[in-house]
Design a protein around this ligand. Structure first.
Ligand code: GLN
Length: 190
């Protein structure tokens, strides 16, 4: 099988760390800035950053509808931090979740924990939280994969994964392997 082609939204934020991690796992990576960059993608990542800036960029480039179509076709997607916010009901509206921005507050705006994540074997994931959101509400179709202090910080809904943290800033690539696994299954099904 050819290496899968994964798009990483590169409007603003931490797209390079995702690209590096995915290339390390043998994927081909394309930075996505305009709608035509979405053609032929087998997976898609929305990185962390500043959600208002990313949201405005998506609007400016007319990317919202093409991204929704890409995801509606069953293309596996991973949203991290601001990327989780983009996937929620109030932004792209593809996942049945509502994110609360900067949910952990100013005092503890950034922290690192070893976080058990359902579906990821081999022990907890090294998770870096940077002014992270949490998932305040979710629909019945959404499976919560991890929590911090009782707050949902990772979720899966069909082929969509959203996490409030950054593992691309560590050397723990198991979350990205999960995305690649979903792409492989989607490829086998198609
Ligand atoms: N606090 C940022 C926002 O709401 C998200 C932080 C991040 O992606 N690291 O836009």
């Amino acid at each position: 099988m050819d290496a899968p082609l994964i798009g990483v939204l590169a409007i603003q934020g931490g797209f390079e760390a995702h690209a590096r991690m995915l290339r390390g796992l043998g994927a081909r990576v394309r930075e996505v800035r305009v709608a035509r960059d979405l053609g032929g993608l087998e997976g898609f990542v929305i990185p962390g950053g500043e959600s208002t800036t990313i949201s405005l960029g998506i609007e400016r480039e007319g990317l919202a509808e093409p991204i929704r179509e890409l995801i509606a076709r069953g293309t596996p997607v991973l949203g991290s931090c601001a990327g989780l916010i983009m996937l929620d009901r109030d932004h792209l509206g593809v996942m049945d979740i509502r994110a609360r921005r900067n949910a952990f507050g100013r005092q503890i705006s950034s922290f690192e924990v070893d976080l058990p994540v359902r579906g990821i074997d081999g022990g907890p994931v090294r998770a870096v939280f940077i002014r992270a959101p949490w998932i305040e509400e979710h629909g019945a179709e959404v499976e919560i994969l991890a929590e911090v202090d009782g707050h949902a910080v990772a979720a899966r809904e069909r082929h969509m994964l959203a996490v409030a943290f950054h593992s691309e800033l560590t050397d723990d690539d198991r979350l990205h392997r999960l995305l690649l696994g979903a792409i492989e299954r989607e490829g086998a099904r198609a």
